[in-house]
Design a protein. Structure first.
Lengths: 81, 236
């Protein structure tokens, strides 16, 4: 459950990163000087959140692996006792 | 140590960490609106300047993280309490994630503005050195001949790394280069419009909360790793 929430959080960050710059920073008359730089803004935003997304996935996987290992070790110790 | 002592923390202790993560998620949503919908577009750089609201809070948060890693390291060396080492490790690892993100946003922002991805001036060089020091921290932990020596060696590495932070922060002021003058924080020379300043402050709060959520998560995982190590020894 916890891992699913964590993964959902990370995924929502990526979706947000993909959609928000294009939707909200659409070029207007005011934006004219930097209009051609939308790609850089999109790339910067996407890379930022992709980094946090990858780290969140890494933590979630590590959490899952540790839980499994604890169960294995408990079983092993239980069998010995 | 008994099996029960070594068991990873779970249940109620995880609720507040999950809560912190959810708060971070909500703040990120509001922050994205402020960055792309509320903050005005800067006149000379145009929309790419909005990367400023990622780059500055993320790099300041990474500095905070490295300072926390050094504090945890000093306290571990003095008191030999593993809890301080766990704080130092969590701060260093999360700090590397934030700092790498700051380097990437800086490079992506530099390309359209300076027409280059990276400049080896004082700021760029010291930034790279600081990044290498904390990558070194993680490598020492991974490859030290035994855990105790890994903890001690990495603690020294974190202290050296944190001592580099003020030089990175002040590099543009002291040695010049392409990096622009700071517009916020101690010793800042520039100024910001009210909407820009509000967005920057909110962005800073957002990344601090995200940082706290990730630190709490990584600290708990580190505790679990230590507990498993003890269980392994008991099972051997």
């Amino acid at each position: 459950m916890r891992n699913r929430i964590f993964t959902a959080f990370a995924l929502s960050l990526v979706v947000l990163a993909l959609t928000a710059p294009a939707a909200l920073a659409a070029p207007s008359a005011q934006d004219a000087p930097g209009e051609s730089n939308l790609g850089y803004l999109l790339a910067g935003t996407l890379l930022t959140w992709a980094g946090f997304f990858a780290y969140a996935i890494y933590l979630a996987r590590k959490n899952r692996d540790l839980r499994r290992e604890v169960e294995d070790l408990r079983r092993l110790l239980g069998e010995r006792e | 140590m008994t099996t029960a002592d070594a068991a990873p923390a779970k249940g109620g202790t995880g609720i507040w960490r999950l809560g912190l993560l959810l708060v971070a998620g909500v703040l990120v949503l509001i922050d994205m609106y402020l960055i792309f919908g509320y903050a005005p577009t800067e006149r000379s750089m145009g929309i790419v300047q909005r990367l400023f609201y990622f780059h500055v809070p993320v790099i300041l948060t990474s500095f905070l993280s490295f300072a926390l890693a050094a504090l945890g390291s000093v306290l571990y060396l003095v008191r030999r309490n593993r809890a301080w080492d766990r704080l130092a490790y969590a701060s260093a690892e999360v700090g590397v994630v934030f700092f790498t993100s700051a380097i990437i946003t800086g490079a992506v922002w530099a390309k359209p503005v300076w027409n280059t991805w990276w400049v080896w001036d004082a700021n760029g060089t010291l930034t790279f050195v600081l990044w290498l020091i904390f990558i070194g921290y993680l490598m020492v932990r991974a490859y030290a001949p035994d855990a105790e020596r890994g903890r001690r060696w990495s603690a020294v590495t974190a202290i050296i790394g944190a001592a580099t932070v003020p030089f990175v922060y002040m590099a543009a002021d002291w040695w010049g280069g392409l990096h622009p003058e700071r517009v916020t924080g101690p010793g800042a020379q520039g100024s910001l419009e009210r909407e820009m300043l509000l967005t920057l402050l909110f962005s800073f709060v957002t990344f601090i909360v995200l940082f706290a959520a990730l630190i709490a998560e990584r600290y708990a995982l580190r505790s679990d790793e230590d507990a498993i190590e003890e269980l392994r020894l008991a099972a051997a």
